[in-house]
Each structure stands twice: as C-alpha cells, then as structure tokens.
Design a protein around this ligand. Structure first.
Ligand code: NAP
Length: 418
C-alpha cells in the first residue's frame, strides 16, 4: 500500500515565511541531519526539499509513525528552540500519509500549491533535491518510483493545462509588448537605469537578439556591466540630455521619485524624428512624465496596465488549476497501479536470481558431462535455448503477477477516494 509514504511540511499557506525558515535544517551538511532523522525514527528513505515558501520532509516508513511526528522532528532538528515554539510550529505543520502525501507532492511539483501558481521552477528544485538525497544514499526504490512519477506528472500538467501559461512578471509582459511592436534587431534602444528590473529586461533583449542598446545610469559602472552583457554602450545618466543619436525605444526604470524623462528632455532625445516611438516605464512612481504619451506619438507601455494584465493572467492560471486537479485524480490511480507492479517486480527478484542460477547449474554442473560430448555449435545452441527459457519464464511470471497486482490495485483505488 501507499501508506508507507509520509510528507511533513510547513508552507506559505499555514505559516509566515520566517516560521518556514525555522523548520529548515541548519547544519552545514543537511545530509547528516537527514541521516540522523532516518536512524532516530526508523525511516527507510528520506528526501528534503527546502524552497523559499515551503519545507518538505518526504519519507518512506514501513513502521507506524507517532502522532507527535512534527514536534519530534522539529525537536530533533532544533533542540535549542523553546518547547512552546516547537509546539506552535508543530501545530502548523501538515503530516500527510499514503495517497494524501503522494497527491500533495504531485500538486507541489505541478506548482498548484505555489505562491505563484504555475511557476515551473519548482520541478527543477524538486529534481535537484532528489539528486542530492540520492547521492547521499538517503533515498531508495520507493522514493525513486515516486519522484520519477511526480516529475513526469508535473510535466504532463504543464502540457495538458494552461497552468503555466501567460506571463505574470511585469518585465516579461513589458518585453512581450515591446517585442510585438515589431522593432528590428538593429533598433536603437535606450535603457535608462541599471538596477534589477532593467537587468532582467536586458536578459530578454539579449535573448531576442537586440544589438543596439545604449545604457544610461547614475553609476556608470553598473551601466557598463549591462552594456558589456548586451554588446552595447554605457553612458552616465547626466549624458542623457546631450544624447543626439535618436532612438526607437526608450526603456526607463530607476528608483527616482521624480520623472527622469521630462517632456523637454524627451523632445531633445527625439532628435527631430517624428515617427512613433516605443516607451516603456516600469518605475513606481512613473519616471516618464505622464504628459509625454499625450503629447508625442508614442506606443506607451507602463506598469499599471501591465500589473492589471498580470492579475488577469494569474486568474487564468488559477482557473486552469481546476483542470489540473481532475488530471491528478487519474494520475493518483495510475501511481497506485505502478506502485503495486513495482512491488511485484521486487518480490520476484529472488525468483529471477533462482532461475538464472538454475540455468547456470544445469549448464555447468547437472548436465555438464553430456554437454561436453556435444560439438561446439550444439553447445552454443543449448546455451541459447536455456537463455531463451530463462527469459521467457521470468517474463511470464512477471506479467502474470503484475496483472494480478494491477487488478488488486484497481480494486483498492476504486474503494478509496482519489
Ligand atoms: N524589482 C522588481 O521586481 C520591480 C518590478 C517592477 C517595477 N519595479 C520598479 O522599478 C524601479 C527600479 O527597481 P529596481 O528593482 O530595478 O531597483 P534597483 O535594483 O534598486 O535599482 C535602482 C536603479 O535606479 C537608479 N536610481 C535610484 N535612484 C535614482 C535617482 N534618484 N535618480 C536616478 N537613478 C536612480 C539606480 O542607480 P544606481 O545604480 O546609480 O544606484 C539603479 O539603476 C522602482 O521604481 C521599482 O518600484 C521593480
């Protein structure tokens, strides 16, 4: 049964983020702490997944698990914390077992339980967490089976539903609109500001091959970093009023609290060109004077409109989560079947060894004298026939047992809630 699977978790849904920080492993080498947990509680396998908004201890235990699991684990990990704090945190932790644990892991991997629904990043985090634990010898066959299935399922959820569709970050949305404006790769782009937001924007510009970017920033060194990355030019912010080379797109994003681009400056930057320019302003408050889009021919992309689009896109992803829910019901049934089949394979492994040994004994001991009297071709034929029989008998036994297990698994699944 799936009852051996357990998942102990604290997430953004139950607790503030600093509480999650308290439930993380503090030791320099988390594997030592996990080995200690395995040993202390008699778990066969364990996987540890810390992210910025959840911590998961996933383990497999054939032995019953105490009701006080959350408090026991927290005490083992953080013996220095006061009892009341452990108690309060333990109350917020969720302990899920069997199908509920499996389902939760599937939901996490498909980013259905994320702070931002549909962020695929979690699949990578989960895969890496598994690989780390595998390398440390902390996991075995049960978690291998579950993780493989979970990652396959998460990918299927992303393909079959729109849960990861439609960008949520304003930078991605702004770039999407800029790109839709149909600028050529040689378009003259002025990037004003070289902070985090424009650095992200630079990644999109680079990815889509924009090659003619001039970066202006208060600190020239930061402008230079972005300009080097983009193969462009860096200038100090106070060079902007003297810039006369014209532009096709002006991307402004700084921490300034007053407009950096005034109508007079904008007019100068136009260098007497009169075609429609693309202006992107992601600053809060706006850094492009709001009179500019009313005064000049501008395709204006600004943060308020983008935030609204981001909200609509998030609502779309939330709606798609319902489709993902239905898909997971079927997947859970599939995992039960796979698990039962795998148990059959494991149970049959000694039989497989027995059959192989019997074949070898037949060839090298029981019939060795008779075989020695045969010519080389006949000896080879006998060897091939014995190999064939070995494979056939093992395959037949596996197939029959798997069919029995699948039927049993389906019966259990039909009797259990998905
Ligand atoms: N980070 C986000 O996810 C995000 C998303 C949407 C919008 N925003 C908005 O975007 C703006 C910038 O955010 P950020 O995260 O990129 O900030 P950041 O990493 O702190 O960078 C700030 C940038 O603005 C420049 N700057 C700061 N004060 C200035 C001033 N008075 N005059 C001229 N330049 C100034 C800084 O120049 P130096 O290098 O010389 O310090 C730097 O280039 C803010 O209005 C923010 O609200 C941020």
């Amino acid at each position: 049964m799936l009852d051996g699977y357990h998942l102990l978790t604290l997430t953004h849904r139950q607790a503030p983020l600093d509480w999650i920080g308290q439930a993380l492993i503090r030791q320099e080498e988390p594997a030592d702490a996990l080995r200690d947990l395995k040993h202390r509680f008699g778990w066969e396998e364990v996987l540890y997944l810390p992210t910025c908004n959840r911590v998961i201890y996933l383990f497999y235990s054939s032995n019953p698990v105490a009701k006080s699991l959350a408090a026991d684990v927290l005490t083992a990990l953080r013996p220095e914390l006061p009892g009341e704090q452990i108690h309060a945190m333990a109350l917020k932790m969720q302990h899920l077992q069997g199908a509920a644990a499996v389902r939760h892991l599937l939901e996490v991997a498909a980013s259905m339980d994320s702070l931002i629904v549909g962020e695929r990043e979690i699949i990578r985090q989960l895969r890496e967490a598994y690989e780390r634990c595998l390398d440390q010898g902390l996991t075995g066959d049960h978690l291998r089976l579950l993780l493989r299935f979970t990652i396959e399922t998460a990918k299927e959820v992303y393909t079959a539903t729109g849960i990861g569709e439609k960008a949520l970050s304003v930078v991605a949305l702004a770039f999407g609109q800029l790109h839709e404006a149909g600028l050529s790769p040689q378009a003259r782009i002025l990037l004003v500001g070289a902070g985090q937001t424009n650095s992200l924007m630079a990644k999109f510009l680079f990815k889509y091959g924009y090659q003619n970017v001039t970066v202006f920033n208060r600190s020239l060194n930061k402008a230079q970093v972005l300009a080097d990355y983009l193969g462009g030019r860096a200038l100090p912010l106070d060079a902007l009023p003297h810039y006369t080379a014209g532009f096709d797109a002006l991307l402004v994003c700084t921490g300034a609290l007053e407009p950096v681009i005034t109508p007079a400056l904008y007019h100068r930057l136009l260098a007497a060109e009169s075609d429609t320019k693309v202006v992107v302003d992601l600053s809060i408050p706006n850094n492009v004077d709001t009179r500019i889009p009313h005064t000049f021919p501008v395709r204006y992309i600004e943060i308020e409109g983008l935030r609204e689009t981001a909200r609509e896109n998030l609502a779309h992803r939330e709606a798609e989560r319902q489709k993902a829910d239905v898909l997971l019901n079927g997947k859970l049934r599939e995992f039960r079947e796979r698990w039962h089949q795998r148990q059959v394979e494991r149970a049959l492994l000694p039989v497989v060894d027995e059959v192989r040994l019997a074949k070898e004994r037949a060839l090298t001991e029981v019939f060795a004298k008779e075989i020695a009297l045969l010519d080389a071709d006949t000896q080879a034929l006998v060897g091939r026939m014995m190999g064939y029989l070995e494979k056939k008998s093992v395959a037949t036994a596996m197939r029959t047992m798997k069919e029995i297990a699948t039927t049993a698994g389906r019966r259990v699944a039909a009797a259990s809630p998905a």
